[in-house]
Write a protein that binds this ligand. Structure first.
Ligand SMILES: Cc1ncc(C[n+]2csc(CCOP(=O)(O)OP(=O)(O)O)c2C)c(N)n1
Ligand SMILES: [Mg+2]
Length: 680
């Protein structure tokens, strides 16, 4: 598809600080051209929405051009990192791609850069470090921090640009991200686009501590200032240029509160009935674009301005025509399903070490796997709370800091959301982070980052997000409701996450390598009660990728028994008991991989035995076993000789006292009782 040739003035997408000292007519006209281009594109997108040619809704950037255009022109598009918001079409147009590509996104057609899986302003350009926005305001900042840090670690003097609105400034992620950036001394320009409203809510109803949001900077130990981006474009550009240069040179973050405008309300459907009388007129009176145009015209540029307006208008119309002619998108289910996960890459060239087996606990096996990864893979980074000097709550990361040093191994603050977002950003830029959650329970703090930002990344943007999230999980350790949970059915209810759950030290060693080299977010469930349950031989296993498939631990013909995690050991004892006492032998499978499920061998077993027992530690109702039972029985229904047996914990929070916890969770005696009753 041939795209119309852009007007020559749009060939220049950069503005250097020197250009602003005594700006030439060409510089001023270029600034104006991009602003006018962005405004006209936004206006036409609104028209097209109203005509029903664009679906969903549109959130315009009309009124924000005085900020986003100079800033995007000043950014180094070959180095810097950005995550633009729903007011920043101008930024997208400048950062990369032809207008037609952006329109294809709005029309959600066959050439949409998100393959029509996202709509309207919800896109980025990950290969050019423009990180795709997600709706969850605040959650976009962490990835900017990570990708910017990744650039710096690779020796590139990048700056990150993190945008958020006055309303978004109320989210917890903003606090976490500002703190993290300052703590790690990351060169990030934080920009608050303060247009005085969040949807219909004025700033006065958003926060009590005044409206000078930039003053928050002091609380994070960073510089901050306010900027009126509706006044003088050149002055704004100069201020931004100085700030960017400073951040680039010092690698310290900065917080800019930019006063901007929202000329068309929140979105296309907004009636703006909440505005005070005359307020809209006041907005339009402050609009910087006509003021800039009038100043340029007064300076003698009226004729080129008219010509520019005409040329840009014609170009936009030509682009709309081209993009409107693009066919509707491919709705084939197979094509969508194929993109849920980033494709597997060849195995990494691991050294076949340790060649001789050592007797290790699971915690030690995981420690060995971390050391192997850090020693052999320069792109690896290990982060988490207390994982440094202390070696982690379960000592899995012991001595890693000593051996590999900062910044490859480092403690994170108590900020699971921003830190996971930061890890997402590292992953998007070619690093491979391994993040330890102190307890799996605290991963709920990072729910949005894991399930929406990371897990949907490949499907909606085509970018790989190789991330290992280590979850010390499970009970039987008398730690109560907030340190004992099994969360697999919570996280795996969302698409796009892989998950491994090893039950032996060797499988744990293999699982960390397999998870590490995968190009997707992988949760590694590590049962706390298994960390120190005896020492077992661990060595380099060339077939480490087998952990993605179930392992058959016992063979039999009476029934098929499926379980994972700590329950594997209990199930093995139950199987031995049934063989000894009842002469019933069972096929016992350790699932090992919870996502994506590869159940072929188990299907074959159920088809042969005709009986199924599923056991897990998480709650029974809505538990992961429901999926296993459904999947395994719907395919083998005709072969079933009995109703499947599903065993899990009670449908309660994990209780504290040992007596209560034992009553809550499956124990060997209870499982034997349930299975023998089921056997009849
Ligand atoms: C965490 C979160 N809660 C609610 C929403 C729904 N929502 C979308 S935009 C918006 C207002 C955002 O206001 P602000 O941050 O000031 O940005 P603006 O739209 O004014 O540019 C809201 C509430 C959201 N996207 N994210
Ligand atoms: Mg706002």
């Amino acid at each position: 598809m041939a795209f119309p040739t852009p007007p020559a003035i749009l060939a220049g997408r950069d503005l250097r600080p020197a250009d602003l000292e005594n700006p030439s007519a060409a510089t001023l006209l270029r600034l104006y051209a991009w602003m006018h281009f962005a405004r006209t594109a936004d206006n036409r997108i609104l028209d097209l929405f109203r005509q029903g040619l664009i679906k969903g809704t549109v959130t315009g950037g009309q009124g924000n051009e005085g900020l986003i255009v100079p800033l995007a022109l000043l950014a180094d598009k070959a180095l810097d990192v950005v995550c633009l918001t729903h007011r920043d079409l101008g930024g997208h147009l400048i950062w990369s791609d032809h207008l037609c590509v952006h329109l294809n996104q709005y029309f959600a057609n066959a050439l949409s850069p998100t393959k029509a899986r996202e709509g309207n302003i919800h896109r980025g350009d990950p290969k050019n470090r423009s990180l795709p926005m997600i709706s969850h305001l605040g959650a976009m900042l962490g990835p900017v921090l990570g990708a910017t840090d990744s650039q710096r670690r690779l020796g590139r003097p990048a700056v990150g640009f993190a945008f958020f609105g006055d309303g978004s400034s109320s989210t917890g992620d903003i606090h976490e991200s500002l703190n993290l950036a300052s703590l790690l001394s990351l060169p990030v320009v934080f920009v608050i686009e303060n247009n005085r409203y969040a949807y219909s809510t004025p700033t006065s109803e958003q926060f009590a501590a005044g409206t000078e949001l930039w003053r928050r900077a002091a609380g994070y130990g960073m510089e901050g200032f306010a900027l009126d981006a509706t006044a003088d474009v050149v002055a704004t550009a100069r201020t931004l240029a100085a700030a960017i240069e400073k951040v680039r040179a010092t690698s310290r973050p900065i917080l800019i509160e930019a006063h901007t405008l929202r000329l068309r309300g929140h979105a296309a459907y907004d009636t703006c009935n909440y505005l005070k009388p005359g307020e809209s007129d006041e907005f339009f009176a402050r609009d910087v674009l006509p003021k800039f145009r009038a100043a340029l015209a007064a300076a003698g540029h009226a004729a080129p301005l008219d010509a520019l307006d005409a040329e840009l208008g014609a170009f936009i119309e030509a682009c709309i025509k081209v993009s409107l002619a693009v066919p509707r998108p491919n709705a084939a289910v197979a094509a969508m399903a194929a993109d849920l996960f980033a494709p597997p890459s060849p195995p990494l060239p691991w050294k076949p070490e340790p060649a001789t087996a050592e007797n290790l606990t699971m915690a030690q096996a995981l420690n060995r796997a971390h050391r192997k990864i850090l020693a052999e893979r320069p792109e690896s980074i290990v982060l988490g709370q207390d994982i440094g000097v202390y070696g982690g709550a379960f000592k899995v990361t012991e001595d890693l800091l000593n051996e590999f040093g900062r910044p490859r191994v480092f403690n994170t603050p108590l900020a699971e959301s921003a830190c996971t977002g930061y890890a997402v950003g590292l992953a998007l830029n070619g690093h491979r982070p391994i993040e330890e959650f102190q307890f799996a329970d605290f991963s709920t703090e990072a729910m949005t980052q894991i399930t929406l930002n990371a897990a949907t990344m490949h499907f909606r943007s085509g970018a790989a997000c190789p991330l290992v999230l280590r979850f010390p999980c499970g009970g039987n350790v008398t730690l109560g409701s907030f340190h004992s949970q099994e969360l697999e059915s919570v996280f795996l209810a969302m698409p796009g996450i892989k998950a491994l759950y090893p039950s032996t030290p060797q499988d744990a060693f293999d699982a960390l390598l397999a998870a590490y080299e995968d190009n997707n977010p992988v949760i590694l469930f590590e049962h706390k009660a298994l960390y120190r349950r005896g020492r077992h031989p661990v060595a380099w296993n060339p077939n480490y990728r087998d952990v993605w498939t179930p392992k058959k631990l016992r063979a039999g013909d009476y029934a098929t028994f499926v379980t994972y995690g700590e329950m594997v050991h209990l199930a093995a004892e139950v199987c031995d008991y049934l063989a000894a006492e009842y002469e019933h032998t069972l096929d016992l499978f350790d699932l090992r991989c919870l996502s994506p499920l590869r159940l072929d061998a188990i299907h074959a077993s159920v088809a042969r035995t005709g009986r199924l027992v599923v056991l897990h530690e998480g709650r029974r109702t809505h538990g992961f076993g429901a999926e296993l039972v459904a999947g395994l029985t719907e395919q083998n229904f005709a072969a079933l000789k009995a109703a499947p047996l599903r065993i899990g914990s009670l449908d309660l929070p994990v209780p504290f006292a040992p007596e209560l916890e034992q009553a809550f969770r499956p124990t060997k005696d209870k499982v034997i009782e349930l299975v023998t009753a089921w056997m009849g």
